[in-house]
Design a protein around this ligand. Structure first.
Ligand SMILES: [Zn+2]
Length: 263
């Protein structure tokens, strides 16, 4: 069964991207901007690069999972738990590690230079989901995951389950879809819902530096990195990137290495 889940991950990725991208035309959360086509083309160029780098990095991560199992490394190779409990604990621990790593990407100026590409988008929609700099993909999908896997002793099953859940969340969170109110009202007690995550894309730094959780909201609640804000009242993006020329894929790829405050 787990092999089937691994095999259908690319279908989930492409299928969900197409489904959310189509639905947001019919029930948009925010009005569709006039420059949508241009916006989406540049985002999909960055998305394509992210996916290609992710596939390359994935080979290394799978090696880390196999190496961890073969050498019995990490927490879960020392603590005997029923498989079901171990999977739940692994999903929670990877998500907590991801919360810490995401926090670090906002605090460390070198990492922020790459991560801000994801935040500089002025109009969030499905095409924003995987708008990452290739270096960030290497860092967060490669280095972070390898460290987490070896530290926690994550099994192949847990890794594939978390990877699939994370993929589904990242696409749904960024889509410009008006979801039923009950999803936001009750869902955010546990899960990082679209409305919850969109606060993380605010152009106000104190909101940008909050709502770090990928899948769960526990970590933001425990460490106080969340705000009670109506997502309808926020503006997306970063103040240095409001010039439309700075939204081009080429500029975004170069932006970690240049002074982005210059016009
Ligand atoms: Zn962020």
């Amino acid at each position: 069964m787990i092999q089937t889940l691994a095999d259908i991950q690319p279908i989930i990725l492409v299928g969900l991207l197409i489904a959310m991208y189509s639905i947001e035309n019919f029930i948009p959360y925010l009005p569709i901007p006039a420059n949508k086509k241009q916006h989406d083309v540049h985002n999909f160029i960055l998305t394509f690069l992210s996916i290609v780098v992710n596939i390359a990095v994935g080979v290394g991560v799978l090696f880390a999972v196999e190496y961890t199992a073969a050498h019995r490394l990490g927490l879960f190779n020392y603590v005997e738990l029923p498989e079901f409990i171990e999977i739940i604990a692994s999903v929670l621990l990877i998500d907590f590690g991801s919360y810490c790593n995401h926090n670090l990407m906002h605090k460390a100026s070198f990492l922020w230079r790459f991560h801000r590409i994801h935040h500089s988008d002025l109009n969030l929609n499905t095409s924003s989901s995987l708008r990452f700099h290739p270096f960030e993909v290497v860092y967060s999908q490669g280095i972070y995951f390898c460290v987490a896997i070896m530290l926690f002793g994550v099994s192949m099953t847990s890794f594939i389950i978390y990877g699939t859940i994370g993929l589904i969340f990242v696409i749904i969170q960024h889509s410009n879809i008006k979801f039923p109110d009950w999803i936001e009202k009750y869902g955010r007690y546990i899960f990082s819902t679209p409305g919850w995550h969109k606060i993380h894309h605010s152009d106000e730094q104190k909101f940008t530096d909050s709502h770090y959780g990928d899948v769960f909201t526990f970590w933001d609640r425990i460490f106080g990195t969340w705000h009670k804000v109506n997502p309808d009242e926020i503006n997306y993006g970063l103040k240095e990137f409001t010039d439309i020329k700075k939204q081009r894929a080429g500029y975004q790829l170069l932006s970690p290495f240049i002074d982005v405050t210059k016009k």
